[in-house]
Design a protein around this ligand. Structure first.
Ligand SMILES: *Cc1c(COP(=O)(O)O)cnc(C)c1O
Length: 380
């Protein structure tokens, strides 16, 4: 059996090699490395796929920053978000002088929910910033109602959730990230749609906001050399756009491959009582950016799997409110017990589009072997 990868970017490339190579060659021949038609083409294709306006930018962190800049906030304004996420979600708040206010996550979904948000809304609250962690949407519909009730912005960190749909109570569905005032995505190589470098996008269905977002990403420019606001330089480059266009054509197939791998894990690991599998919720599909289990024996299990040539990763080993850089916020250990517990127990198993049955069988057998051996030893 070939080596098992946590994320098999190269193996996936080989399945589309001719198309990707040709697309990259086109860009090189054109020498239009920045702002070529390729970037606009990709924006249009993704826009069609999602049914909203798409503004490409340099990475997911920038996408978040640009969206927040477009909301015209004041220093000290509060943004309610999760302490159990990638640092970028919170870092951009700090950079813009905004105050992160954390809500603990729901123990079933690892996402913040409306119930934990409403009690935190103050005079200074301006934004609700849920993260669709691991590829499952946070429960957006009640958050949308909260945002309306309190006149707040709803910004979705959908960096892990391309391919995820939110299912409204009335039966309609919309892609995660396209429901709030704005949504953000990342094309970091290991994300659901990964570039061969950095990339990101901001979504908004509000035409006016979309125009502001586009301007901010481009130095705050209105027309050539006329600047209507302070902006940043955040571009998706043409080679990345060309790669992403090719991969977007294969996206549905890749999404299904992830979901099939998750279904295998679900089925073959369901009998292992010592681990908690990812829970499915009625209001969201799951794009399985990560397949994350929980076990109190994480370290031992990780070591055991590693010895068998099976990689695994801890997303995330620390909560943000206890990171040194964010101590100034004044939070302490115990403030968000669910997030803190997750940081101790989560383990993500290999998840990518090139996992074969033999890999999945070997991985699930190994996990079972670990717990089975333990159970036997305890009995003796
Ligand atoms: C990846 C990620 C980001 C940042 O994206 P980059 O492209 O790496 O800047 C932000 N939020 C979440 C939840 C992410 O997973």
């Amino acid at each position: 059996m070939e080596k098992i990868h946590m994320c098999d970017t190269y193996g996936q490339y080989l399945t589309m090699k001719d198309e990707i190579d040709a697309a990259m060659q086109d860009v090189i021949k054109s020498t239009q490395f920045i702002k070529s038609g390729k970037v606009l083409e990709f924006e249009e294709e993704l826009s069609k796929f999602l049914g909203t306006n798409v503004i490409a930018c340099a990475n997911g962190t920038d996408a978040l920053q640009i969206a927040l800049m477009a909301f015209n906030l004041q220093p000290g304004d509060e943004v309610i978000t999760s302490p159990f996420t990638f640092i970028a979600t919170v870092e951009v708040l700090a950079l813009l002088g905004l105050k992160p206010v954390f809500a603990d996550v729901n123990p079933r979904t690892y996402n913040i929910d409306a119930a934990s948000i409403e009690v935190l809304i103050s005079e200074r609250t301006r934004v609700i910033l849920p993260v669709h962690l691991f590829g499952q949407s946070a429960e957006i519909e009640p958050m949308l109602q909260l945002a309306e009730k309190y006149n707040l912005y709803l910004l979705e960190d959908a960096c892990q959730a391309l391919g995820t749909d939110y299912l409204f109570r009335n039966g309609t569905r919309k892609p995660a990230g396209t429901i709030g005032h704005a949504g953000c995505n990342s094309f970091f190589p290991s994300k659901n749609l990964g570039a061969f470098g950095d990339g990101g996008a901001i979504y908004s269905s509000d035409e006016n906001l979309a125009a502001v977002l586009r301007s901010i990403a481009n130095h705050g420019m209105k027309q050539k050399y006329q600047y209507e606001r302070i902006g940043v330089n955040s571009r998706l480059d043409s080679i990345q756009a060309a790669v992403l266009s090719v991969k977007l054509k294969h996206f549905e197939k890749h999404l299904k491959a992830r979901q099939d791998a998750a279904a295998w894990y679900d089925e073959y690991l369901s009998e292992v009582e010592e681990i908690k599998l990812p829970e499915r919720v009625p209001y969201s599909t799951h794009s399985f950016h990560q397949y994350t289990i929980r076990t109190s024996r994480r370290q031992e299990l990780q070591k055991f799997l590693n010895g068998k040539g099976i990689p695994s990763m801890v997303y995330y080993p620390g909560v943000i409110h206890l990171q040194e850089a964010y101590r100034y916020l004044g939070y302490k250990k115990g403030d968000f017990p669910v997030s803190e517990e997750l940081a101790q127990t989560v383990l993500s198993l290999p998840m990518h589009t090139e996992l074969r049955e033999e890999h999945l069988e070997y991985i699930t057998d190994s996990v079972k072997e670990f717990f089975h051996a333990k159970a036997q030893r305890r009995k003796e």
